[in-house]
Ligand binder design. Structure first.
Ligand code: BG6
Length: 481
């Protein structure tokens, strides 16, 4: 395998992201021989831990995340030999000088800095890396979403990072872009002539993008309560999915061509501002309810959440793209926590036939499911067996786990970490994309402040507030639940 030599330094190495996602993903890559042979994985965080104590913590978490059949002691020992740990305060410049000495080589080798930290540390860390002489041309920096909490703050972060790193060195991660079916969406659209002629306003009635979770905020209350569903999910994951559905075919499948097309879609989103937020958006917050037979508390009783918090845990938006291909086609976006089921899917609802020969029909839709199962299914109307023309919905169903039963399903982070190591930024957000997404989201957030001050309650375990149903019903449509 020809991956160029490169080390990784995970800043925030004791946090949930590192322990639950990054290390297990790196373990899998190591196990499959995908990491450069001599790659070191340095981790750093405030906790004062010995290397052995850190390895014990890492092993415990990897064992919990990796399937039993894929975890064995020899592989773990080989992987653990790559890892070391440095205790430091990420906000202190002097600690980066210590870090530099500890790393030793003055960063002549390629090195990836993964900032698995709170976003307010992005700017100081970049500056400290620079001052300590650790941000050379062979380095890359990975930033987790959300980048900022508004257009202004995102610009400020991008400017500060840009003072230290070239744009080609910056990898803004959105793990939804690393999901298998999301990539399949591009294959489906751009490798099959079948869909292109109908992939437009003349044939598509509307598009639905849903990311619903059954989980609440778990132990992330402090972060979530000043973030909310709009900034945590819609500004990034859902808008990225929308881009992939709506973008024109790129000239090449490379980072610049793909991202050029995505940013055009974000810039073409019709603004929603002022009073429009009342008709085009729904914000909700879960109240107490039941999930899988278990009683769960209301959001404002979650740990580290304000008792009178009005943060939205659900958001639905009717978006429109003002361009030739999509004029007049609503894109309904919806995401929420503590919903009835965990499901991420995109529904392309085609228009009905122009002249109805048969009673009652609908289907006519393409369903792209990202999770829990990876599935692409074309839902059609067909004839029910027997006498008479009784129509019934049928499916051409492509369940990817069944099509490739022998292939292990890669986690999004595995794919994306390997891309960073290989320097491929096709699946990462460019600076102008992030800013264009905020430029569309900001007016909705300020519209909420003035015209939509209270989140609508919805019981945990439901499909969100009633108002989200009305958003479609008023136009004679319904959510695909
Ligand atoms: C993260 C959000 O980006 O995505 C979380 O911060 C959310 O709030 C998670 O739970 C959902 O990711 P996935 O891959 O489980 O759908």
């Amino acid at each position: 395998m020809n991956t160029p030599p490169c080390d990784m330094l995970v800043l925030g190495g004791t946090g949930d992201l590192s322990l639950h996602k990054l290390l297990p993903a790196l373990y899998h890559l190591h196990r499959e021989g995908r990491l450069p042979g001599d790659m070191r994985i340095h981790t750093a965080a405030l906790d004062s831990l010995s290397r052995d104590a850190y390895l014990a913590l890492a092993e415990r978490n990897c064992r919990a995340q990796v399937a039993r059949s894929e975890f064995d002691n020899d592989t773990w020992q080989g992987f653990a030999a790559r890892i070391d740990y440095f205790s430091m305060d990420l906000s202190q410049s002097a600690d980066f000088n210590r870090l530099g000495k500890w790393l030793g080589d003055g960063c002549q080798r390629g090195r990836v800095y993964y900032l698995a930290t709170a976003p307010d540390l992005f700017e100081p860390i970049a500056e400290h890396l620079h001052n300590a002489g650790l941000a050379g041309p062979h380095t890359r920096i990975v930033l987790e979403k959300p980048i900022g909490h508004s257009l202004e703050s995102a610009r400020e972060i991008n400017r500060s990072i840009g003072r230290v790193f070239e744009e080609s060195q910056v990898f803004r991660i959105d793990h939804y872009l690393g999901k298998e079916t999301v990539q399949n969406l591009m294959a489906l659209r751009f490798a099959n002539a079948l869909f292109e002629p109908v992939w437009r306003a003349g044939h598509i009635d509307h598009v639905q993008i849903t990311v619903s979770e059954t989980l609440g905020v778990e132990n992330r209350g402090a972060y979530y309560d000043h973030t909310g569903a709009m900034r945590d999910m819609l500004q990034n994951h859902l808008l990225q999915l929308l881009c992939l559905v709506a973008m024109e075919a790129p000239v090449h499948f490379d980072a610049e061509s793909v991202r050029n097309e995505k940013v055009k879609i974000l810039q073409a989103l019709k603004p929603i501002s002022g009073l429009d937020v009342q008709d085009k958006t729904v914000r909700g917050q879960y109240s107490a309810g039941h999930i899988g037979g278990q009683e769960v508390p209301a959001y404002y009783f979650e740990k580290n959440v304000d008792n009178d918090s009005d943060t939205e845990t659900f958001v639905a938006v009717q978006a429109e793209i003002d361009n030739w291909r999509w004029a007049g086609v609503p894109f309904y976006l919806r995401t929420g926590k503590r919903m009835a089921r965990k499901c991420s899917e995109i529904v392309i609802q085609f228009k009905p036939v122009p002249h109805r020969l048969f009673d009652g029909s609908q289907a006519n839709r393409l369903l792209i499911r990202l999770q829990p199962e990876e599935r692409i299914s074309l839902q059609l109307m067909g004839k029910s067996p027997g006498k008479g023309m009784r129509l019934t919905p049928m499916e051409l169903d492509l369940n990817l786990a069944q099509v490739f039963p022998q292939k292990r399903r890669w986690d999004a982070y595995e794919r994306l970490l390997l891309d960073v190591i290989e320097g491929d930024s096709t699946l990462f957000m460019r600076r102008d994309e992030v800013e264009a997404a905020w430029a569309w989201v900001d007016p909705i957030l300020s519209g909420w402040d003035s015209y939509y001050p209270n989140s609508r309650p919805y019981p945990a375990g439901s499909n969100g507030p009633e108002q989200a149903q009305s958003l479609l019903e008023l136009a004679g449509r319904e959510w695909h639940d």
